[in-house]
Design a protein. Structure first.
Length: 262
């Protein structure tokens, strides 16, 4: 059991939705740095092209950008069409694209539920459904294709912030991932969740600017996550080392979700 082979992802084809920024960018870099071919999606094409240029400078793998606004159902279909022109199979699908909405309880709008649940939950199912034939083409019993859904510890605990649709969508995503694990495992496709704690990202920027010290004080390991933390978890799940992990929810949070206040 050579470690260099056990955690190897070289040559695998990976799709990371929302891969140009934040956690998605961290994950994309981990794959490219270890020899995978990575496609990233983003609504912001200039940002994704800049990310691809920086990722390709790493030298080992390759990165490509496909513009896709996954709020729009038609863009999900365009994504699979564009991807299929370039690749005949997909080894790893990372469903990372997501959104948040915070507002006081008495003012929380219906539109927030529509927007957040659409991207964080419905589109994850639809994108996975569209890419399942390509995942099947890459899959084998000892090296299944992998689905990695980027969830949140706010889907495991009750958050203090008033992000009602977000936490509900992530709880739903966690269970959807288990349902997919059961259904798609029979096709040699695994489905797992990374329930992420706080990482530096656009979504977390305002919160960290005000409360990073408070947040870190509530984490047993005393810090927020780094790119290596989330990328390493994805590499594990995508390699031979993670080939028998299916239906799991792995908290990548420094122990936040198990931290007791009293």
């Amino acid at each position: 059991m050579d470690v260099s082979n056990l955690f190897d992802v070289k040559g695998k084809v990976v799709l990371v939705t929302g891969g140009a920024k934040g956690i998605g960018r961290m994950i994309s870099e981990g794959y490219v740095a270890n020899g995978a071919t990575v496609y990233i999606t983003a609504r912001d094409l200039p940002a994704s092209e800049k990310a691809v240029e920086e990722l390709n400078a790493l030298g080992k793998g390759k990165a490509y950008a496909i513009r896709a606004d996954l709020y729009k159902e038609e863009d999900c279909k365009k994504l699979i069409e564009e991807f299929s022109k370039r690749e005949s199979k997909l080894n790893v699908l990372v469903n990372n694209a997501g959104s948040n909405w915070g507002a006081p309880y008495d003012e929380y709008p219906s539109s927030a539920w529509t927007r957040v649940l659409t991207l964080n939950l419905q589109r994850v199912f639809q994108v996975t459904q569209l890419f399942t034939p390509l995942l099947e083409k890459a899959a084998s019993p000892m090296d299944p294709a992998r689905i990695i859904n980027i969830g949140s510890i706010d889907g495991l605990r009750v958050p203090s912030l008033e992000t009602f649709a977000y936490s509900s969508s992530k709880a739903g995503l966690h269970h959807l991932s288990r349902v997919l694990a059961n259904h798609l495992g029979k096709r040699n496709i695994t489905s797992n969740v990374l329930a992420c704690g706080p990482f530096e990202s656009k979504m977390m920027a305002a919160t960290l600017a005000k409360f990073q010290d408070v947040i870190e004080s509530g984490i047993p390991l005393g810090r927020i996550g780094t790119p290596q933390d989330v990328a390493g978890s994805c590499l594990f799940l995508s390699s031979r080392a993670g080939a028998y992990i299916n239906g799991a929810t792995i908290s990548v949070d420094g122990g936040s979700v198990v931290s007791a206040k009293l």
